[in-house]
Structures are given as structure tokens and as C-alpha cells.
Ligand binder design. Structure first.
Ligand code: NAD
Length: 261
């Protein structure tokens, strides 16, 4: 297990991509802090289930990524529990779809806070731990929407472009240290975040689920297939390997050709 002895924090990891990445890191031996804003038995059970799989240990730490102090507390609490923070995966994210002139201010603020500012706060808190440990990986889950725009996704597109900008700055500030900072840009991955968009798409275009998926949601993804959470976990593992020691400040697209257009 190549990540044995390393500690990872994955924000927003009770579902979808974050959960897949947390499982992948634990399977490779890392101790993993799972996170979301809730604090239910299911959240803690999830950590116990991952630990029971026999890789690295997992613990659940409640923290609302909309709250700056909570973001910093998450990292420090993970260091308290596991002794260090070597890998930070900024994954928590939400979506809201509306035209700019109808976009609720509260949604704009929440998306910017959770999808962008949280990554700033967790990175600020994690870098001192990485320096102390002499090794670090900051991996930001951006999106194809960090490189391209779509109508009705103003806050999401702005936040994801911002995450890529911040990734580059963090990479430059750590360039002479054994710390790297990169962004992964998935196209569509079939998670609860995307599932939630299917009924509206079916209703809006008056089509069945299969047509909504293939012809509308995957319209921009030339492979016409979804990326999987396991594939993203594999890319995270690659970025944690020594093969990626000289990769920093860059983006890795996992988008079935979306951004090749
Ligand atoms: P998801 O809805 O399945 O999971 C999001 C996770 O974030 C959940 O665990 C949720 O509890 C957590 N979360 C939400 N608000 C939070 C908050 N305030 N504090 C802490 N945790 C919070 O979503 P997903 O599809 O797995 O998306 C994960 C990330 O990947 C997001 O940043 C998203 O923008 C990005 N992404 C997703 C896709 C896709 O097609 N699914 C594509 C590109 C990028």
C-alpha cells in the first residue's frame, strides 16, 4: 500500500466523487478524514466501514465548508486525530442553475464559499502541516467548468475558474518545496449532484431519461460516457505518486474529450 503512513483530508466526502477518492486513498493505505456539514450516525458509520476494509484508518469530521473557521478547524482536527496532514483534496461543491438576472444572491454566495473559498482556507491551514511533514499534495477538484463556460452556471463557472487560479498560486508559493498543488477537471460523473439535474432536464426538454443523459447532459462530452469516481480516485493516487513530483500548478482533465473542442 503505497500511501501507508500518509494522512489525507477529503472535503465533502460522504457522497459521489469525494467518497470515491476517500475510498481510493484508504485502499492505498492512507489514513483519511472524511467530511461533510452533517453529523449523523451514517457519517460515522461510513468511516467505520472504510476502516473495516483493511486499508488505512478513516475518521469522520463534521465541518461546514461554507464557514471559514470550520474549514481551518477541519484540517487542524485531522492533524490532531492522525498526527499530520499530508494530502488535502478540496472536493466539496454544490451547484445551482439559473440565469444571471434570476440567480439568487444567497446561492451565489454559498457556491463561492463552498466551491472556492473553502479551498483557500483549508490550503492555508494544511500547508504548515505539510511543511512540518516534509511532503504534501494539494489536489483541487475543479471541473471542465473551470476551463469552459456554460450558460446558467455563473457562480459555479466563476468558482471553478477561481479554483484553478488559486491552484496555480499555491503551486508557485510552494514550488521549491516537496509540495505540489494541482487541479483535476472532471467532465460529467454520475453522482447525486448530476442525478439531481436529470428530472429537470427530462421535464424541460420533454424527453426520457436515456435521451436526457445521452443527448442533453452528455452533449458536451464527446465520449458520450460518464467518468467514474474510481477513475478520479486513480488520478488522485497518481498525483500522490513520485511520478508526479514535478507536476505542479497544472490541470488534469478527465472529461471524455470535452475540453479538446
Ligand atoms: P455530490 O453532491 O455527490 O457530493 C458533494 C459532497 O459535498 C457531499 O458529501 C456533500 O455532503 C458535501 N458538501 C456539500 N456542501 C457541503 C458543505 N457546506 N460542507 C461540507 N461538505 C459539503 O457531488 P459530486 O458530484 O461528487 O461533486 C464533488 C465535486 O466534484 C464538486 O466540487 C463538484 O463541483 C465537482 N465536479 C463534479 C462533477 C460531476 O459530474 N459530478 C463534474 C465536475 C466537477
Amino acid at each position: 500500500m503505497d500511501l501507508a503512513g500518509k494522512t489525507a483530508v477529503v472535503t465533502g466526502s460522504t457522497s459521489g466523487i469525494g467518497l470515491g477518492i476517500a475510498e481510493g486513498l484508504a485502499a492505498r493505505g492512507a489514513a483519511v478524514a472524511l467530511n461533510s456539514f452533517s453529523d449523523t450516525d451514517d457519517d460515522h458509520d461510513l468511516a467505520a466501514k472504510i476502516t473495516a476494509l483493511g486499508g488505512g484508518r478513516a475518521a469522520y469530521i463534521q465541518a461546514d465548508m461554507a464557514d471559514a473557521q470550520a474549514c481551518r478547524h477541519l484540517v487542524d482536527r485531522a492533524a490532531e486525530v492522525f498526527g499530520s496532514v499530508d494530502i488535502l483534496v478540496n472536493n466539496a461543491g454544490i451547484q445551482h442553475v439559473a440565469a444571471i438576472d434570476d440567480f439568487p444572491t444567497a446561492k451565489w454566495d454559498a457556491i463561492l464559499a463552498i466551491n472556492l473559498s473553502s479551498a483557500f482556507h483549508t490550503t492555508a491551514a494544511a500547508l504548515p502541516w505539510m511543511r512540518k511533514g516534509g511532503w504534501g499534495r494539494v489536489i483541487n477538484i475543479a471541473s471542465a467548468h473551470g476551463l469552459r463556460a456554460s450558460p446558467y452556471k455563473s457562480a459555479y463557472v466563476a468558482a471553478k475558474h477561481g479554483v484553478i487560479g488559486m491552484t496555480k498560486v499555491a503551486a508557485l508559493e510552494t514550488a521549491e518545496e516537496p509540495i505540489t498543488c494541482n487541479a483535476i477537471c472532471p467532465g460529467y460523473v454520475l453522482t447525486p449532484l448530476v442525478e439531481a439535474q436529470i428530472p429537470d432536464t427530462m421535464a424541460q426538454y420533454d424527453v426520457d431519461r436515456e435521451t436526457a443523459l445521452r443527448d442533453i447532459i452528455l452533449d458536451r462530452q464527446p465520449s458520450k460516457d460518464f467518468a467514474t469516481t474510481q477513475q478520479l480516485a486513480g488520478v488522485v493516487a497518481f498525483l500522490c505518486s513520485s511520478a508526479a513530483d514535478q507536476m505542479t500548478g497544472t490541470t488534469l482533465s478527465v472529461d471524455g474529450g470535452w475540453t479538446a473542442r
